[in-house]
Design a protein around this ligand. Structure first.
Ligand SMILES: [Ca+2]
Length: 449
């Protein structure tokens, strides 16, 4: 039994040893090659922030009237593609278009961007389409008389030749450059552009370069703030840059000037106007016709200005409730005549700094009412500038601008809403709005123009 058992153990040993040897050889033997991993096609992810291609708008292959390429200085390339003011409404059946053909190095989802200059709220858009797709509206933003990048449609596109068209929607527009980038790409300033090849034999991946040209006009970033670079040393706390906050339905009239002056700003939500905590990082508060709760607004405004803030109030807020005394502390000096306004108003300039570059008299559009202000005041720290007259008789009804030192801060109030008027094709008083903005900012904004 002992001999049989010993033989059995030896057999088991050999079987185990052979199995181990087989496994080892199997593991290291150069067997059949593994199936190659599937290579995903190069598709740009949604987080793609690359610029793919930028080109000149005036280089359209086929620009139908009233689109036309026009020479212009202080822009990129040889000029702009524009539709002049007065060109009229687009044809409903066959609106004019301007076409471009570009070559995409890879399939992906791309967004079109348009570097635009709009005249006003009725001249601030263009249509854009990819291939035979529908025209989509680009613009309708409130930045007027300032070059800025406006986002267009984003669509998944195949690699290769693509047709991009701009469509006539409104008159009084200019377009300097177009850009195509990944979905997360946001252009800033002037881009280095590529010539468009009408029929290239071999499409080449475009060289991408995004070099702002410092010798040309300044282009403040209005579309999106840059992502701050990671600071290697955390010791020096970065000084917070100057920041304006704007709100209200007529804020658009200020917005173009803020962009042109290079003043960083954020749009405030209406409820934030009554929240002092929300205003603590705002250096200049600008409001025109906000729809917020009035009592909270006046309380927050007073605390904000007295605490050292600067505020420009154009059209005061209205929350839908008639109040006997909307401005309880009489910050705007309108007590008793708060809701009084006149139409067919005329702005009469004085010799102060606020009216430099403004016509001596300027009749406003009848849709822009002027609110009452006294001519003069004996309230300490308050001064009135200019005059508002009304109607054909040019009856003088009061001051045009209140500037009031209040606590540690300063409050401006425009009785005749110049920024609102700027949305109604009233450009003659642009210097008035700019002078007020400059005065309100003083030396606080080192980055501003
Ligand atoms: Ca151009």
């Amino acid at each position: 039994m002992a001999a049989r058992s010993s033989t059995k153990q030896a057999g088991l040993f050999f079987i185990l040893a052979f199995a181990c040897l087989f496994a080892l050889v199997r593991a290291f033997w150069p067997g059949e090659p593994a199936a190659p991993a599937k290579v995903a096609p190069e598709v740009h992810k949604s987080g793609d922030a690359r610029l793919i291609l930028a080109w000149e708008a005036e280089a359209a292959l086929n620009a139908q009237a009233p689109f036309r390429a026009s020479p212009l200085t202080a822009v990129s390339g040889s000029g702009v593609l524009e539709i002049e003011m007065g060109a009229g409404e687009p044809s409903k059946t066959a609106p004019a278009q301007a076409q471009y053909e570009i070559d995409l190095p890879a399939a992906g989802t791309y967004r079109l961007w348009v570097r635009a200059w709009w005249s006003d709220g009725c001249a601030n858009s263009v249509g854009a389409s990819f291939g035979d797709g529908p025209s989509q509206t680009v613009g309708n933003d409130g930045t007027y008389h300032a070059w800025h990048w406006v986002p267009g449609p984003a669509e998944p596109l195949p690699a290769g030749r693509q047709r991009i068209s701009l469509w006539h929607r409104e008159e009084g527009i200019r377009i300097d450059q177009l850009a195509l980038g990944g979905e997360a790409y946001v252009p800033e300033g002037l881009l280095a552009t590529q010539p468009l090849e009408p029929n290239p034999a071999k499409p080449e991946p475009p060289q991408v370069a995004e070099a702002p040209r410092p010798e040309l006009e300044r282009e403040p970033a209005a579309v999106a703030p840059e992502t701050p670079a990671a600071a290697p040393k955390p010791e020096p706390p970065p000084q917070r840059p100057f920041r304006a906050g704007i709100a209200g339905s007529y804020r658009d009239g200020f917005e173009g000037h803020l962009v042109a002056l290079g003043i960083p700003y954020v749009r405030l939500r209406e409820h934030e106007l009554g929240d002092l905590e929300a205003l603590k990082n705002i250096d200049l508060l600008i409001v025109s016709d906000p729809r917020c709760e009035e009592n909270r607004f006046w309380r927050a405004l007073q605390a904000y200005v007295e605490g050292g803030g600067t505020a420009i109030v154009e059209v005061p807020p209205f929350d839908g409730r008639r109040r006997p005394n909307p401005d309880p502390e009489n910050l705007l000096l309108k007590r008793g005549r708060f809701d009084q306004y006149v139409k067919q108003s005329i702005l009469i300039a004085d010799d102060s700094r606020f009216f430099r570059g403004v016509p001596k008299e300027r009749a406003y559009h009848e849709d822009v009412p002027a609110y009452w202000l006294p001519y003069v005041t004996d309230v300490p720290g308050a001064k009135l500038y200019g005059v508002v007259a009304a109607g054909r008789s040019e009856r003088r009804i009061g001051g045009a601008l209140l500037v009031r030192e209040l606590g540690q801060g300063r409050l401006y109030h425009l009785a005749l809403p110049a920024a609102f008027a700027a949305m109604w094709r009233e450009r003659q008083v642009d210097p008035y709005v700019v002078n007020i903005l400059r005065d309100a900012i003083g030396g606080a904004c080192t980055l501003c123009v």
